[in-house]
Design a protein around this ligand. Structure first.
Ligand code: FE2
Ligand code: FE2
Length: 285
């Protein structure tokens, strides 16, 4: 079950694709100032961040494979997903080329790194389309926010090449987040309570994709914290703008959280009753 109105999703996909084709396409080969790579001596934390983002983007085969299977019955979503995968692949490629062309990593090191990464497999954090759409909105907006912060840091450090890479990538991430928010808008108009419940469910379990699969995860998280990606910034730059655009307020989310907790409690009581041989079915509002 996809929950979604196929005609609307197709129209949203075509709008997204037209803007992407006409206004947002960029080339790893022609649009980045690679001539600046020679002699560049970037800060080690900036390099570690670029490598971490490259690693997360490198799980593209899993993101595309798993996601496409989930939405394969929806033309608009499946075609969107393929276009999205192409754009994510370019992100990994640009960052990978940056690390190698600036001499921060060798080509052999990158092959070893990627082989190590893909020995582990990313799997879907949620199993329904609507929850994955909610996850996609949060993940893309958070990724956009992180890249915008790194763009500012690269500019401040005088690294015009890395700044250029982050600028193109963050523009793509903003478009990805916008598409998911549009789809959530459609879901809300079809089933507001169910969509808010899914949004709340995903929000309370949200983590960025694949961070825990990347080697030296703890050290990378320490650097991310040190460069200022905090819960407060997440709230201010990701969550509140998302809720504002969707027209969902925090009281609605709190009500959904209370309903989910009550349902879980009732299910646990019913299971305990069944185990003791005295099932006492209960219903809750
Ligand atoms: Fe990306
Ligand atoms: Fe993205």
């Amino acid at each position: 079950m996809t929950y979604l109105d196929e005609k609307q999703i197709y129209r949203k996909y075509m709008e997204f694709f037209e803007v992407a084709e006409r206004k947002r396409r960029w080339s790893v080969f022609d649009d980045l100032p690679w001539e600046l790579a020679e002699g560049l001596d970037p800060d080690p934390d900036a390099v570690l961040c670029a490598e971490t983002f490259c690693a997360v983007e490198s799980y593209m085969p899993d993101y595309v494979g798993e996601g496409l299977n989930l939405v394969r019955e929806s033309f608009g979503q499946a075609w969107w997903h393929v276009n999205w995968g192409y754009e994510e692949a370019k992100h990994a490629l640009a960052l990978r080329e940056y690390l190698v062309r600036t001499g921060q990593r060798t080509a052999d090191q990158m092959v070893d790194f990627e082989t190590g990464l893909l020995n582990r497999r990313w799997t879907l954090p949620f199993t329904t389309v609507r929850r994955m759409v909610c996850y996609g909105a949060l993940q893309e907006k958070t990724t956009w926010m992180i890249y915008r912060h790194r763009l500012a840091a690269a500019r401040a450090a005088g690294d015009a090449l890395l700044a250029s890479i982050y600028r193109y990538i963050s523009r793509d991430e903003a478009a990805h987040g916008g598409f998911y928010l549009d789809v959530i808008g459609t879901c809300l108009s079809e089933d507001r309570d169910g969509t808010v419940a899914d949004l709340q469910h995903v929000l309370t379990r949200f983590t960025m994709p694949a961070y825990d699969l990347v080697p030296d995860y703890e050290e990378r998280v320490r650097v991310m914290r040190a460069i200022g990606i905090t819960r407060k910034i997440f709230l201010r730059e990701v969550l509140l703008p998302i809720l504002g655009r969707l027209g969902v307020d925090r009281r609605e989310l709190a009500r959904a959280a209370a309903a989910e907790a009550a349902a879980a409690e009732a299910a646990a009581e019913a299971a305990a009753g069944a185990q003791g041989g005295q099932a006492t079915p209960r219903t809750r509002a």
